[in-house]
Ligand binder design. Structure first.
Ligand SMILES: Nc1ncnc2c1ncn2[C@@H]1O[C@H](COP(=O)(O)OP(=O)(O)OP(=O)(O)O)[C@@H](O)[C@H]1O
Ligand SMILES: [Mg+2]
Length: 129
């Protein structure tokens, strides 16, 4: 089973999260800048002419397609590396994935999300996957 992690994290946690993922052998991912708000509906900032409300904050979305057997370890790495304890630390969404196809080789599914030196290869799972 393939899963998709969609993690919404703080901009200033991007490097920590990238490092933590690399450390456990999660090598394939994409990241992009998004704008949104959570349960606080934004933040109030102090400006020259008083306070004003910023309702959409810039966050980074990290997408990872991975095998289900690596899901919990990967979630744990994100939880550890993206945490400050303050509001706005973000959220992690998990979805089922229908299919992945590497265009060059036509590999599908699990095979299409394997990389040299990745989390599976380190665990010796590459052969039996
Ligand atoms: N229900 C949702 N659906 C989609 N995106 C969301 C949802 N809730 C929050 N987000 C996105 O997640 C980002 C981070 O939200 P945030 O960390 O403020 O979550 P929260 O639920 O308000 O938790 P906290 O109380 O810790 O702040 C938001 O800026 C927004 O982009
Ligand atoms: Mg919030």
């Amino acid at each position: 089973m393939l899963k998709k992690i969609e993690a919404i994290i703080r901009e200033d946690k991007v490097n920590d999260v990238k490092e933590a993922l690399k450390e456990i052998g999660i090598l394939g991912l994409s990241m992009f800048e998004i704008r949104g708000h959570g349960r606080q509906g934004g933040i109030t900032l102090a400006g020259r002419s008083g306070t004003y409300q910023v309702d959409m904050l810039t966050k980074i979305q990290v997408n990872i397609i991975l095998s289900e057997h690596n899901l919990e370890e990967t979630i744990e790495a994100i939880l550890r590396s993206a945490y400050t304890g303050e509001t706005g630390d973000g959220l992690i969404f998990v979805y089922p994935v229908e299919e992945v196809i590497r265009i060059r080789t036509r590999e599908r599914g699990h095979e299409a999300v394997m990389y040299p030196g990745d989390i599976d290869e380190r665990k010796g799972l590459a052969a039996k996957a």
